[in-house]
Design a protein around this ligand. Structure first.
Ligand code: ATP
Ligand code: MG
Length: 431
């Protein structure tokens, strides 16, 4: 079965129509056509039989001409009595011709003499030869007096009208399906963070219209919610940062000392966390999509990794240019790369961009994440055993942000084991 709604509905319309026509055609051929031809052939053979009887009844030559003349005038049969001899060899049987069969049957039944027929040769006339004691009787009968010959007109009308109806159905159906397709495309675009085409508006059948209106309302609600969340988190982060800065100033005024150092590093950590919250809040804020090149981006990560004494290698197959929300997209990859660099010493990135998907695998040789924890680490503020991390930094938001971004692009992130021994994070985004 085809997947699309359009081909499916076409099948729903076409299949019964074709089936119905097949049944009608078969029944018609079987019953009506064959029956009418049988009756007609019967009549012709009856006429011939009558002529044969008359000829056998009276053998004088003068009456024979009179009989043949009557046959010509009244029965429309062109009959001649040829001298006795052999019948011609049987003519080749046509591939599909009920006339031949029915006529032969009737001749055997009603006259019961050796005969020869040719229903193919001359298309308007059927030739019949019958061997009598007197000689060979040659009959030319008009084909349409033995055969329901205009049957095909009925079939042509039937197929013709259904073709016309079908074309109308196809055109109307396309117009009915198009609004559903535009709605699906708009929903998909929204899922990937693309702006909705301005010409999108509810149209089509009332159910489709209803779905479109519901979709637009849902989209507005989601956008409102995102905006609200972003604004609130921005406000909180901003206020807290102000307080932190004041804190730091006051500490500086207190002078130097061991207590102050500890307090200072606490403030640093809080600052870092705040930056994380801010990034989280900005994650989905309506950034516009743009085209970026993956290669320079990867080279930047490579340089950063080298600065931290780690080895990062990458491999790109397919188009290096991708259309994404640039800031969110780089933040997502940065978070995953930062995790890999923090936990491992060797990082391997494999990027593949084909017509369907952009997939980016980030693998490291660190301790990895146990299978049962792979869902939990995506939750905001979830960090696995902090002692595992060498540097204290980290708010547990990295993976949550990354997944948010991937999903806003219509994709997702999957965690698995890497061949390098650590974690393998796979980003998949529809291209
Ligand atoms: N490559 C990895 N190898 C092993 N464990 C990892 C890896 N990446 C993440 N984790 C674990 O998953 C937890 C959550 O990661 P996440 O990136 O969300 O937070 P974080 O790195 O601790 O903090 P942040 O990224 O916000 O600075 C981490 O605390 C870490 O224990
Ligand atoms: Mg992280």
């Amino acid at each position: 079965m085809p997947k699309g709604l359009y081909p499916r509905s076409l099948i729903i319309i076409i299949a019964p129509m074709v089936l119905l026509q097949c049944v009608v055609t078969v029944v018609f051929m079987e019953r009506h056509w064959a029956l009418v031809t049988e009756r007609l052939s019967q009549g012709v053979v009856q006429d011939i039989a009558a002529v044969v009887d008359l000829i056998e009844l009276d053998r004088s030559a003068g009456d024979l001409d009179a009989i043949l003349d009557i046959a010509q005038r009244r029965l429309d049969l062109n009959i001649a009595l040829l001298p006795a001899g052999e019948l011609p060899p049987p003519a080749p049987k046509p591939f599909f011709n009920i006339l031949d069969g029915i006529l032969s049957e009737e001749l055997t039944r009603q006259i019961g003499r050796p005969f020869w027929i040719d229903t193919v040769g001359n298309s308007k006339i059927v030739e019949i030869r019958i061997r009598l004691d007197e000689g060979i009787l040659r009959v030319f009968a008009p084909r349409n007096s033995a055969y329901a010959s205009n049957t095909h007109i009925f079939l042509i009308w039937m197929v013709g009208t259904s073709l016309v109806l079908l074309i109308i159905a196809v055109l109307f159906l396309r117009n009915q399906i198009r609004p559903i397709q535009t709605l699906a495309a708009a929903a998909e675009d929204f899922g990937r963070g693309k702006p909705m085409p301005p010409e999108f508006r509810p149209r089509g059948a009332s159910e489709v219209r209803q779905a479109s209106v519901a979709f637009i309302q849902m989209r507005d609600r989601i956008e409102r919610q995102i905006e609200q969340r972003t604004r609130m988190l921005n406000g909180v982060s901003h206020d807290l940062r102000t307080v932190l800065t004041r804190f730091r100033l006051q500490l500086a005024l207190l002078g130097e000392g061991e207590d102050q150092d500890a307090l200072n590093s606490d403030i640093d950590e809080m600052q870092r966390m705040l930056e994380g919250y801010l990034a989280f809040a900005k994650g989905e804020a309506g950034e516009d999509v743009a085209e970026i090149d993956l290669e320079p981006l990867m080279e930047r990560y490579q340089a950063e990794a080298e600065l931290k004494g780690r080895k990062l290698s990458f491999e790109i197959t397919g188009d290096t240019r991708v259309t994404v929300r640039p800031d969110a997209f780089t933040r997502m990859i940065s978070n995953l790369v930062a995790n890999a660099i923090r936990h491992g010493t060797t990082v391997q990135m494999t990027l593949n961009h084909d017509f369907r998907w952009l997939s980016i695998a980030i693998e490291d040789d660190g301790p990895g994440i146990a299978a049962e924890q792979r869902e939990a680490v995506f939750k905001p503020f979830v960090r696995l055993d902090p002692a595992r991390n060498l540097d204290a930094g980290g708010t547990g938001l990295g993976l949550a942000i990354a997944r948010d971004v991937a999903r806003a692009h219509g994709g997702d992130i999957l965690l698995s084991d890497s061949a390098l021994g650590g974690l393998r994070a796979l980003i998949r985004i529809p291209a």
